[in-house]
Design a protein around this ligand. Structure first.
Ligand code: PNS
Length: 165
């Protein structure tokens, strides 16, 4: 049986931490479906199309990875796609409470789908899409934290004003 994991998220935008997790997941699963939440209630910096494009470009070399989008319940999507697991990354302890809550809710909703947590690499332990966006917004250098394409897109979204002399 093919072992398939769904790796869900907002990916607004994809970071090197996300990519690290996909590559770790590929050591355990035969196939990973990276899927973007399309929930229109959330405010995203990048459109769904932009987020998909950045993910696809960043994962173009990964043969066993598919990029998709979903709306509604995650466990329903996972069942529809024939997946046995939901993959989530854990960084600091602060991630744990929400992740624990989501995993237990998902288990209650569908007992067949297991949540698998993997630790991100130490290099990415303090990075998140949110903190990267915040730094980029105020002109912080986020090079090396996101794929090159994402870096370019962030620079386009947040052009830096010419510093007055
Ligand atoms: O990258 P994020 O924003 O932390 O990802 C959150 C995500 C997409 C995993 C979560 O919001 C989600 O699973 N949404 C789908 C709705 C759902 O199934 N909710 C019930 C279980 S928590």
């Amino acid at each position: 049986m093919e072992r398939i994991a769904i790796y869900p998220g907002s990916f607004d935008p994809v970071t090197n931490g996300h990519l690290d997790l996909v590559h770790r997941g590929l050591k355990i699963f035969d196939r990973i479906i990276v899927t973007i939440l399309t929930n229109p209630k959330k405010q995203f910096l990048f459109s769904l199309e932009e987020r998909m494009q950045m993910l696809r470009a960043s994962l173009s070399g990964a043969a066993r990875v598919e990029v998709d989008a979903f709306d509604g319940l995650l466990v329903d999507y996972a069942a529809r796609r024939g997946a046995q697991a939901v993959l989530r990354g854990l960084r600091a302890l602060s991630d744990f409470e929400l992740e624990f809550q989501m995993a237990l809710m998902n288990r209650r909703l569908n007992r067949e789908i297991q949540t698998v947590f993997l630790m991100t690499g130490m290099r990415w332990i303090y990075t998140s899409s949110s903190i990267i966006k915040e730094a980029a917004q105020f002109g912080g250098d986020v090079k090396g934290m996101v794929p090159q394409l994402v870096l370019e897109r962030l620079t386009t979204k947040f052009p830096q004003p010419v510093t007055p002399r």
